[in-house]
Structure formats: C-alpha cells, structure tokens
Design a protein around this ligand. Structure first.
Ligand code: G3I
Length: 322
C-alpha cells in the first residue's frame, strides 16, 4: 500500500513527524516507520537551546546532526524547532538572568549569537524554522518571559532579522498552540505578522501546533484562520498535530480522534500556502502526552505496537482524495 509520503507527494505537501532521536537510535521499527511514512522531520527536542548550547558559547549539534543525516539519507526535509522559546533553556542562561550576572544588553547579545550560530550551522538544510515559539498568552498579550522582561517586544523582530541573515532561504515561522481557530491569540499573531511585514521584517510563516483533545470541539474555523494568514502572504503549516484522549481508548474515541486528524489535514490541504503537515510523533509508544496530562494519552496515529489506528487510515484517505 502507498505510504503517507507517497500520497502526500502527489498533493505537493510535505507530511512530517517530530522525531525522538533516542528512539530513532534504539528502535528499528521506529526508524523504519519514520523513513517510510514521512517526507519531513522535526527534532522533538534536540534543536532546542538547552541541548545545542549547554554552556555559553559551547555548541553541541551532534544529536541534531544525526537527525539531519538520517533525513538526507531518506530524502526527507527538515523543519527547524526552535530558536527562541521560554522552555528548555539552559541553566547558565536562566540563572544568569535571575542573579543579574546577565543584564539586558548581554542577553540580547547572547540571543543574537545563539540564533546566528544555530541557523548558520544548519544553513541550507532547514526549509522552515520556528524562530519564535509560543510568545503570546491566550488573551493575545505578549507572554511574560525573560525575553519580554529584559528586551521588550522588539526581541521578536530582532530574532527574525538575525535568523534571516544567517540563512536567507529558510522560511521563518512563528509557532504556537491554541491558535487553530480565530481567537484572541491567533489574531495577535495575525496582527503581529501584518505589522512586521509592513516594517520589512522577514516573517514568512505561521505554524499552528494543533495539540487537540477529543473532549473539546474541533476548531471548525481552522481553514478560515489559515486562509487569513495566506492572504497576508505567509506560508502556513500544521506543525505538531496530535489528538489526545482519556485512556483507555474505545472505538468511539478512536473514531473521534480520526475525524479530528482528518479535519486538521483537510484544512491544510484546502489552504494554498499550507506547505507542511507534521504530527508530533506517530506512535503511542513515545509521546509527551501521558507525562503532561494526567490520565490522557493514545494521541498518535499508530498504536504502541505500530499498528495503524483509524486516524492513520483517515490521513491516508484524505491525502488520496483527488
Ligand atoms: O533529556 C532529559 C534526560 O536526560 C532526563 O533523564 C529525563 C528525565 O526527566 O528528562 C529528559 O528531558 C526531557 C525531554 O523532553 C527529552 O526527553 C524533559 O524532562 C521533558 O520535559 C521534555 O519534554 C518535551 C517538552 O516539549 C518540554 O517542554 C517533550 O519531549 C516535547 O514533546 C515537548 O514539545 C513541545 C514543543 O517543543 C512545543 N510545543 C509543545 C510541545 C509539547 O509540549
């Protein structure tokens, strides 16, 4: 049978997955499925700041390089995740800011150096970078983070400019959760993109993570939301799709999950500039969900034994449509 990537190729869309690089190294079934089913990969963790710059100015790209090599060997593209976030920062950075040994001027320099070093390292090998991740609160105000506190709101434009300078060809994204529908948070991104583009800041994409839960309604205005970014001239992408539920699953829950995955993909396929659809892991064997949401899990398209769930079939059907 045709794989997801075979079908996606015909639709000129990339189908991606987040990759747990430990599983990739140790689990041959995981490795084989990653290679067979996907045309794009995202590092689930190993391109994040705490991993790539564990000490100031000492970079360790070894785990990420391993993934980039794997992708190249299997004809896959790589999404970069992520240059600036408030999570998974190295201790030297957060502690330095907290104890005052890193002041605002120094922090701005650190951010510039980090973005420049990472984007330069992967230059030409990353098609989309999540430059800023999760920078807004639900109400559409900028998230309270060390970046906002120390540098003020201009850190966002700076981050895009520095990234663009280091790799002018990579498409530069903003990325967040709870921005599927048209709401205060997604509208804040829309307004920010409009403003930055008017100022000539190289913002080129909006990433919608799409961590859904079957207990909430499907965001039926997803396609309309993607369309407004499209009209601004931005690429869009579904970057971290998964659909969790309270476990154990049952046929009704799995059907609802399949319908949600299908809806996410359909909205992307309906949007001209939606260039990639990425799931945040593909097997229930490895998932961030149970560790974060008490009692929830089974969020992926294959079960823990790599058997196809109804959600896998739904994605295939949707891709196979004319
Ligand atoms: O690497 C250490 C390991 O050395 C240690 O022994 C182990 C014990 O806890 O922890 C390991 O680190 C964990 C890391 O994943 C790598 O497995 C962290 O504790 C754990 O918190 C971390 O979770 C990641 C999470 O981001 C952190 O915020 C998840 O794997 C990853 O899926 C998740 O991804 C995020 C996206 O980047 C942004 N959007 C939301 C998404 C889900 O939270």
């Amino acid at each position: 049978a045709a794989s997801l990537r075979d079908l996606a190729d015909r639709r000129h869309v990339l189908i991606g997955t987040a990759v747990d690089t430990t599983a990739l190294a140790e689990d041959s079934a995981y490795r084989a499925t990653t290679a067979r089913e996907f045309s794009s990969v995202t590092a689930e963790n190993v391109m994040k700041w705490e991993v790539v710059e564990p000490e100031r100015g000492r970079y360790d790209f070894s785990a990420a390089d391993e993934l980039v090599r794997f992708a190249r060997a299997h004809g896959q593209q790589v999404r970069g995740h992520t240059l600036l976030w408030h999570n998974q920062l190295p201790a030297w950075l957060t502690e330095g800011v907290a104890d005052g040994s890193i002041d605002a001027k120094e922090l701005r320099k650190i951010l510039r150096e980090h973005i420049t070093a990472e984007v330069t390292h992967f230059k030409g090998r990353i098609y989309q970078w999540d430059v800023v991740n999760e920078v807004f609160e639900e109400d559409g105000s900028l998230r309270d983070s060390i970046w906002l506190q120390q540098l003020g709101p201009s850190y966002i434009a700076d981050a895009f400019r520095w990234a663009h300078k280091a790799d002018p060809k990579a498409k530069l994204f903003m990325n967040d959760y709870n921005v599927e529908g048209v709401n205060a948070k997604s509208t804040a991104y829309y307004e920010l993109a409009k403003k930055l583009r008017a100022q000539g800041v190289p913002v080129q994409g909006m990433g919608v993570q799409a961590h859904l839960d079957i207990q909430y309604g499907f965001p039926t205005d997803l396609a309309a939301n993607l369309a407004r970014f499209d009209r601004l001239g931005l690429q869009t992408a579904i970057t971290e799709a998964d659909v969790r539920m309270f476990t154990p699953s049952d046929p009704a829950k799995l059907a609802r999950q399949a319908s949600d995955y299908r809806g996410l993909l359909a909205a992307c396929l309906a949007t001209k500039g939606c260039a990639s659809f990425t799931v945040w892991g593909f097997t229930d064997k490895y998932s961030w969900v149970p560790g974060t949401f008490e009692g929830e899990g089974e969020a992926n398209i294959l079960d823990a034994d790599f058997r196809h769930k109804p959600a896998y079939a739904a994605l295939r059907e949707e891709l196979a449509k004319r």
